[in-house]
Design a protein around this ligand. Structure first.
Ligand code: OOB
Length: 541
C-alpha cells in the first residue's frame, strides 16, 4: 500500500483496490518499469523516430535514466509536479518516462494552451517546474515563461527544449552517472491529465501507475499491438487518446515503434506513413475527413496502415463508411475520456456496428449505467446519461472537493455528461451531451470558462456560449452576448479574449448580440433554444 498519497488525490475504496489487485487489473508495476521490461526484451529494436532522429530501445532507456538523473539533480523529488507543454517531439516521451522513474508527476498541458490555462495549471498543481519548447507553430513559449514566472512563486525551474536563452536547456540535464532514487509505488499518482471541463476552470485528473498501465495494456491487446507494429503519434501527444488508448505509451510498453508526426496534415503524415511503414494511428473526425479528401491526390504508399482509430468527437456514419474503401485500412471508433473509461469497436464487430457505434467498454471490470435525470436506470436501448466506474476511472478530480460531489455519484460513478444508448451487444452510441461543453472537432471548450472571460469585458452585461453545427468540425462555438453598449463589436470581444491569454480554440467562432436570453421555467438561460436559434440562422438543424 502507498502510505504517502498525494494530497488532493481521491483513492479507490480499499475493498475495490484489493479486488483490482486480486483480479490482475493492477499489476503493481510503474509505467517506467513497464517500459524497462520492453527495453530489456529488445534493446536493439527501434523504439522512437522523430524527424531524422532514431532511438533503439536500449538507447532510449539510457537517455530516460540520464534525464531522470538530471531532473533529480535539479532537486525534483517524488510527488513534485512538472507542467509538460511540448509539441509532438521525442522529448515529450523522454521527459514523461524520466519523470515517472523518479515519481515526479507530469501535468499534461497542450501546446495550444496559453497564459490563462498555464497559469491555472501552475497554480492549482503548485508545480515547481515547467517544460516548454523554445517555439512552435509561430509561438515563442519563452516569452510566455517570462510573463508567467513572476506570478507563480512555486515555479523554480523553467526548462526549454531548443534555444533556452536565460532558462535551463533540457539538453544540459542528461546526467548518466547521477544515482537514481527508488522507483515510486505503483499505486502513486503517475500523471495529471487535463479535463475538457464544464466549469469555470479546467480540472486536473490524477491517474495512477496501476490504473493507467492497466488501461494501456488492455487497449494494446484490443488493438493487437506487437513488436512489429508502428504507431504514428498524430494528435497532440499529451492528449489521453494518442498517449494511452493505446497510444505512444502502449506502443512503447509493447515493444512497438513510435513515430512522432510534427503536424497532422496529410502532406506531413502520408509521407511518414510510407517511410516508416506505419500500421496504426489515432485521429479526430475532422482529420479523418481531411485525410479522406487528400487520399484522392495521394501518391504515397499507405498500404501498411492497418488500423485508423477515430475518436474524441462523434464520427458521422457516412464518413465512417468511406474509411476502408478510400484509405484501405480498418476503422476503429474510440469513445473515451481522460477521466478513465474508453470504449473501442472490436476487430470482429460487423461493418455496421463499426460504422454506427462508438464501441464498448474495454474492460470486463468497467461498470456502465445509463440513467434518467433522477439517476434511475433507463430500459436497454433508450438514451440516458452515462455513468461509469471501474479499475481505471478516477474517483475524484485533483483538489476539487466541491466539484467532485457533483461530478460523481455517492457510490463513486463518474457522471460523464454524455448521453448514450446501448445496443444489444453492449456497444454504446453517443447521442448527445448534457454537459455545458462544446466539442470543437475533439477540442473541448467549457462554456462557463469562456463566459467568465467575456463577462470580464466592461461592455458585456451577460454571455452564453453554445455549440453551433459545422460541416467540418462537427461543432463550433457561438457566444450570445447582451452588451451594455451598442458600439462593441464581435472582433473587439474576440481580441479581448485573446489578450486574456485564452487558447485559440476557445475563442468563440461567432458572436451574436441579443437584447435578452430565452429562459427556462426556473429562469435559467435556455441554451437549447439558443442552439436551435443559431442552427436555424445557419440554415442547418
Ligand atoms: C477524449 O477524451 P477527452 O477527455 O478529451 O474528452 C472526453 C469527451 C467524452 O466525454 C465525450 O463527450 C467526447 O469527449 N468524446 C466523444 C467521442 N470520444 C470522446 N464523443 C463522441 N464520440 C466519440 N468517439 O476525447 C478521448 C480520450 C481517450 C480516447 C479517446 C478519446
Amino acid at each position: 500500500m502507498n502510505s504517502t498519497l498525494l494530497p488532493g488525490f481521491t483513492p479507490w475504496p480499499a475493498e475495490l483496490a484489493a479486488q483490482y489487485r486480486r483480479n490482475g487489473c493492477w499489476a503493481g508495476q510503474t509505467l517506467s518499469a513497464a517500459f524497462r521490461e520492453a527495453a530489456m526484451r529488445t534493446p536493439d529494436a527501434v523504439a522512437l523516430v522523430c524527424g531524422e532522429r532514431r532511438w533503439r530501445y536500449g538507447e532510449l532507456q539510457a537517455d530516460i535514466d540520464a534525464l531522470a538523473g538530471g531532473l533529480h539533480a535539479l532537486g525534483l523529488r517524488a510527488r513534485d509536479r512538472i507542467v509538460v507543454q511540448l509539441p509532438n517531439i521525442a522529448e515529450f516521451l523522454l521527459v514523461c518516462f524520466a519523470a515517472f522513474r523518479i515519481g515526479v508527476i507530469p501535468v499534461m498541458a497542450l501546446p495550444a494552451h496559453r497564459r490563462s490555462e498555464i497559469r491555472h495549471f501552475l497554480q492549482i498543481s503548485q508545480a515547481c517546474a515547467w517544460i516548454v519548447a523554445d517555439q512552435d507553430a509561430g509561438f515563442d513559449y519563452r516569452n510566455l515563461a517570462r510573463e508567467l514566472t513572476p506570478q507563480t512563486p512555486d515555479l523554480r525551474h523553467l526548462i526549454v527544449v531548443g534555444d533556452a536563452q536565460e532558462f535551463i536547456a533540457l539538453d544540459s540535464l542528461y546526467r548518466p552517472t547521477e544515482p537514481l532514487p527508488q522507483e515510486p509505488p505503483a499505486d502513486a499518482v503517475a500523471l495529471l491529465q487535463i479535463s475538457g471541463g464544464t466549469t469555470g476552470l479546467p480540472k486536473l485528473i490524477p491517474r495512477t501507475h496501476d490504473d493507467y498501465l492497466y488501461s494501456i495494456r488492455t487497449a494494446s491487446a484490443i488493438c493487437d499491438l506487437h513488436p512489429d507494429s508502428v504507431y504514428l503519434c498524430t494528435l497532440p501527444a499529451a492528449h489521453n487518446f494518442p498517449m494511452s488508448s493505446p497510444g505512444t505509451f502502449g506502443a512503447l510498453c509493447a515493444g512497438s515503434r513510435v513515430v512522432m508526426a510534427r503536424r497532422p496534415s496529410p502532406d506531413v503524415v502520408f509521407p511518414l506513413i510510407a517511410r516508416e511503414g506505419v500500421s496504426i494511428t489515432a485521429v479526430v473526425p475532422p482529420l479523418a475527413m481531411a485525410w479522406l479528401d487528400a487520399a484522392a491526390r495521394n501518391t504515397h504508399d499507405l498500404s501498411t496502415l492497418a488500423l485508423l482509430q477515430v475518436g474524441g468527437a462523434k464520427l458521422g456514419e457516412e464518413v465512417a463508411r468511406r474509411i476502408r474503401p478510400v484509405l484501405g485500412c480498418r476503422l476503429q471508433q474510440v469513445f473515451g475520456m481522460a477521466e478513465g473509461l474508453v470504449n473501442f469497436t472490436r476487430h470482429d464487430d460487423s461493418d455496421d456496428v463499426v460504422a454506427i457505434s462508438q464501441g464498448r467498454p474495454m474492460s470486463p471490470w468497467d461498470e456502465v449505467r445509463i440513467v434518467d435525470d433522477d439517476d434511475e436506470d433507463v430500459p436497454v436501448g433508450q438514451t440516458g446519461h452515462l455513468l461509469t466506474r471501474g479499475p481505471y476511472t478516477i474517483r475524484g478530480y485533483y483538489c476539487a472537493g466541491d466539484h467532485n460531489r457533483r461530478a460523481f455519484t455517492r457510490d463513486g460513478f463518474y457522471r460523464t455528461g454524455d448521453l448514450v444508448r446501448q445496443l444489444a451487444g453492449g456497444h454504446l452510441v453517443v447521442e448527445g451531451r448534457a454537459k455545458d461543453q462544446i466539442n470543437r472537432g475533439g477540442d473541448k471548450v467549457a462554456a462557463e470558462e469562456v463566459e467568465n472571460h467575456l463577462l470580464a469585458h466592461p461592455s458585456v452585461h451577460d454571455a452564453a456560449l453554445v455549440a453551433m453545427p459545422d460541416a467540418f468540425l462537427g461543432e463550433k462555438s457561438c457566444a450570445f452576448v447582451i452588451a451594455r453598449e451598442a458600439s462593441v463589436r464581435a472582433v473587439d470581444l474576440q481580441r479581448f479574449l485573446r489578450s486574456r491569454g485564452l487558447a485559440d480554440y476557445k475563442i468563440p467562432d461567432r458572436i451574436e448580440f441579443v437584447g435578452q436570453f430565452p429562459t427556462t421555467g426556473v429562469g435559467k438561460v435556455n441554451k437549447r433554444e439558443l442552439r436551435e436559434h443559431i442552427a436555424r440562422r445557419l440554415g442547418t438543424r
